[in-house]
Ligand binder design. Structure first.
Ligand code: PMP
Length: 403
């Protein structure tokens, strides 16, 4: 049996039709498969590879940590330098109230920890989330997922969850002094890059403050320069009470985090002690890799490096090139784009044909008619042109009935 057949037989599957590309090497914006074919990575592992695949600075940090130690003790007991250095850098680049980092293994675990923390901090039980949101697949994160089709098969889920319409003013009335927290994405990713009105987000922030509700912003896809600033919320003029990070946080290694004020984070240490624990959260190799990746996003003065500063120029080039009668709309927020077609069937044909031409893209969970673009931020202008040329050529082929 070849590798693909063994993959289908022995590796648990998540859909009846996985892409099943057999990648043997990744570097920068390129993926190389077992047959020697090269692909431009148009999605960066879904917003993970922000600094490009296997950046030498990240690899050097991983190698150095391998020579020091791997896992040595459950999270929170030992002074582990990679965690300390990374938590320090992260909090230096966040508002003063976000000063204590809890490292997890994944994004979903960060969601779980943050929801528990909000219950402790407020003594309340109601959690508000939004339709078309995705926060992870564990049972707590699934409970706040914004679509009944995905939730229903796994009921009973967490009680006292209320789903509201995103970016809709009447939703704000539902946030009351009974609400422990509002969990939301700064920009809804899987809905196909839905950017909320700044005024609505600011009013939501105010409503949370007025009712003593914690605002938990999920920046698991939005963080680390994806939007053209280090954090997406910077462009919205708000500060969350808790921020959720993942994906690019680990520089290609598994890592998640929720970050809050130490005053509330310390609630996990008492009544009961060990209120939230994890064996591998904040793995030293993951923290070393993530720290190195974040260093690449900053210059020597601690400001955004060109990887972030150039996002808007690259986004503008994408938008100027992605024009075709088949494309109904392109929604974007930085190097984070949804190219909308009339149907999933058209989108799927375009995606499949792009893959045969050496461009890897994907669709969105709640917007199957939209093609996803979230390339490494290190993508060059000429690679942007290659990506858009392939998409436009494929649209022309579709129009002329070639496939
Ligand atoms: N929140 C958002 C916005 C995500 O995109 C994801 C992952 N796609 C998660 C949470 C969950 O992260 P993980 O897969 O690491 O559990």
């Amino acid at each position: 049996m070849n590798q693909r057949e063994l993959f289908l037989r022995h590796v648990a599957q998540t859909s009846p039709a996985p892409l099943a590309l057999e990648i043997v090497k990744a570097e920068g914006c390129s993926l190389y498969d077992a047959a020697g074919k090269t692909y431009i990575d148009g999605i960066g592992g879904i917003s993970v590879a922000n600094t490009g695949h296997r950046h030498p600075h990240v690899l050097a940090a991983i190698h150095a940590q391998l020579d020091a130690y791997l896992h040595i003790m459950v999270y929170g007991e030992f002074v582990e330098t990679p965690q300390v250095r990374y938590a320090t850098l992260l909090t230096q680049h966040l508002p003063a109230s976000l000063n204590a980092v809890y490292f997890t293994n994944s994004g979903a675990e960060a969601v779980e920890g943050a929801m528990k923390l909000a219950k402790r901090a407020t003594g309340r039980t109601q959690i508000i989330a939004f339709d078309q949101s995705y926060h992870g697949s564990t049972q707590g994160a699934l409970s706040i997922m914004g679509d009944e089709y995905w939730r229903n098969a796994y009921r009973p889920l967490l009680p006292d969850i209320l789903h509201l319409t995103y970016n809709a003013w009447p939703s704000l009335d539902a946030i009351t002094s009974r609400t422990a927290c509002v969990v939301m994405e700064t920009v809804q990713a899987e809905a196909g890059i839905l950017v909320p009105d700044k005024a609505w987000l600011q009013a939501l922030r105010q409503k949370c403050t007025d009712t003593g509700t914690l605002l938990i912003l999920d920046e698991i896809q939005a963080g680390f320069g994806r939007t053209g600033t280090l954090w997406g919320f910077e462009q919205m003029g708000i500060v969350p009470d808790i921020i959720l990070l993942g994906k690019a946080l680990g520089g290609g290694m598994p890592l998640g985090a929720f970050i809050a004020d130490k005053k509330i984070m310390d609630l996990f240490t008492v009544n009961p002690v060990l209120g939230h624990i994890t064996t591998f959260g904040g793995h030293p190799v993951s923290c070393a890799a993530g720290l190195a990746a974040m260093e690449l996003l900053l210059d020597n003065a601690g400001n955004c490096s060109p990887l972030i500063k150039d996002v808007k120029e690259k986004e503008a080039l994408f938008l100027s090139k992605l024009k075709h009668p088949l494309i109904r709309e392109v929604r974007s927020f930085g190097l984070w784009m949804a190219v909308e077609f009339a149907s999933f069937e058209i989108n799927k044909k375009i995606i499949d044909s792009c893959i045969t031409k050496g461009l890897l893209t994907d669709w969105f969970l709640f917007a199957p008619n939209c093609l996803r673009l979230s390339p490494p931020l290190s993508i060059s202008l000429s690679e942007v042109e290659q990506v858009t040329d392939i998409i436009i050529t494929t649209c022309n082929e579709y129009d002329s009935g070639i496939f």
